[in-house]
Design a protein around this ligand. Structure first.
Ligand code: ZN
Length: 132
């Protein structure tokens, strides 16, 4: 992830329990102050100014299209296996039963192992892939 000239990536990690915040520069899953889970917060205006956002639409259709938003240190070392970019299907009848006019279901069976877990697993091990 390349920082902007101002040093801002447009992503901050936030703790809902104690309010701790820091700019996303390291993998930090728990709050250093209270141990609660940190969550990313995205500054969309700052992200739009990142040079990579203009390239997203031209990239390969998979999870790694959005790699700058994921905890990956060396995206050049990734070996995509087709994770992500699974189809959305409109579920009209189920939506009608639920009182929803536009209900869509993401078909995660189209991932490499046929599981919705492929996305999380790919991101979880990405830092290991990209070492060295
Ligand atoms: Zn905290």
């Amino acid at each position: 992830m390349e920082p902007t000239p101002s040093g801002q990536h447009g992503i901050r990690l936030h703790c809902d329990r104690c309010g701790y915040e820091e700019e996303y520069r390291r993998l930090l899953t728990t709050c250093p102050q209270c141990g609660w889970v940190t969550m990313p917060q995205y500054d969309l205006a700052a992200l739009r100014q990142q040079p990579w956002t203009a390239q997203v639409a031209e990239r390969e259709r998979n999870l790694w299209r959005y790699r700058e938003l994921l905890p990956v240190r060396h995206p050049e070392a990734l070996r995509p296996m087709g994770e992500g970019w699974t189809p959305l299907f409109r579920a009209e009848r189920l939506g009608a039963k639920m009182g929803l006019q536009n209900l869509y279901i993401k078909d995660e069976r189209q991932n490499p192992s046929g599981s919705f877990k492929d996305r999380q697993a790919a991101v979880a091990i990405a830092p290991w892939w990209s070492r060295g």
